[in-house]
Ligand binder design. Structure first.
Ligand SMILES: C[S@@+](CC[C@H](N)C(=O)[O-])C[C@H]1O[C@@H](n2cnc3c(N)ncnc32)[C@H](O)[C@@H]1O
Length: 312
């Protein structure tokens, strides 16, 4: 029986499935499968738009009765608890049986429950013949407040994608220094700041920079926004995200795109490039090494695709 520290459950639209897998590869060094993942890596659920719940495993056993005994032996004394059942792939336990098992766990905890305002939520689940008991941590979704940012553009990136880009760029790099090379309204910067990453932004448009700064200060985040062409930025970054310009708001020629990529590659070790067009050939011609690729479309709008490449 394999010891597991954390069990993660994911939630995403089918159009975001490949992006979620790419994100989990960089966060956990392992792709999620069937919207769940067992890992030794501890990630705060709200760091990702896709992680719904994390179960911090306290006890596990292939023998359900033994697990209940172990819970009793723990002498848990936290008042105001609640117990929830997490349904994992392959678990065919019927609803009535699940409720009865929740009662078993509840009666094994010697304090008063609070179903409405619990101080702690315990979780029970079964996978591959093993029963797990632990503490549930949920995505607090506070980052969704960023949707109310004062300024946005038609070419601003979707929040779920922005969060994933930050995680793919930062991966498991300790004290990572990030750059949002074409920051626009700062959607990506907001998500990086939420996770307390060190990020700087850059945009060639003065007004856009002003609006990105206003968005950041609206949420009390501090991050520097350079009003500059990316080619004039000096510094060194562990990773840069480039949400390449497109549409009437930020028109760009093929040469502009190539120059932005080349300039960013000079000052960053890893690049996460986003484009509405398939520019894989162009990226390869710059000499960058392609590590990963995925595409994501808008739910209900499969003809609007964003291509994402990870390069070094
Ligand atoms: C697709 S938008 C970025 C949108 C942004 N991620 C957001 O969510 O608002 C691309 C941005 O690149 C900027 N840009 C274009 N050429 C640039 C350059 N050479 N250096 C820096 N920024 C540039 C544009 O002004 C535009 O704001």
């Amino acid at each position: 029986m394999q010891e597991t520290k954390y069990i993660y459950l994911f939630r995403y639209d089918t159009t975001e499935s490949l992006l979620c897998k790419l994100e989990s590869k960089y966060l956990f060094n392992k792709e999620e499968k069937n919207k769940q993942l067992f890992s030794e890596v501890k990630i705060e659920p709200s760091v990702s738009a896709f992680i719904k719940t994390r179960l911090d495993v306290i006890l596990f056993s292939s023998d359900y009765e033994r697990l209940i005994e172990q819970i009793k032996e723990k002498n848990i004394r936290t008042d105001g608890f609640k117990v929830e059942y997490l349904i994992l792939t392959g678990d065919t336990t019927r609803n009535s049986e699940r409720l009865s098992k929740l009662r078993d766990v509840g009666y094994s905890i010697d304090t008063y429950p609070d179903y409405h305002n619990p101080t702690i939520i315990y979780g029970l689940c079964s996978y591959g013949g093993v029963w797990y008991f632990g503490i549930i941590r949920k995505n607090n979704c506070e980052w969704q407040q960023h949707k109310q940012k004062p300024y946005t553009y038609s070419n601003s990136i979707k929040q779920n994608i922005a969060k994933a880009l930050v995680n793919i760029a930062a991966g498991s790099i300790h004290n990572v220094k990030l750059l949002d090379a074409c920051c626009g309204a700062g959607t990506i910067m907001l998500e990086a700041c939420f996770t307390k990453y060190d990020i700087e932004g850059c945009d060639i448009s003065w007004k856009t920079c002003k609006n990105a700064r206003a968005n950041l200060s609206h949420f009390n985040y501090t991050a520097h926004v350079h009003f500059s062409d990316i080619k004039d930025i000096v510094g060194q970054y562990d990773a840069a995200i480039i949400d390449l310009p497109y549409n009437l708001y930020s028109p760009a020629t093929d040469d502009d795109i190539l120059n932005i990529i080349k300039a960013t590659a000079k000052i960053s070790d890893r690049l996460v490039i986003v484009s509405t067009a398939n520019i894989e050939d162009k990226i390869q011609n710059t000499g960058l090494m392609l590590l990963d690729y995925c595409k994501v479309s808008k739910p209900g709008k499969s003809n609007f695709t964003r291509n994402i490449w990870v390069c070094e």
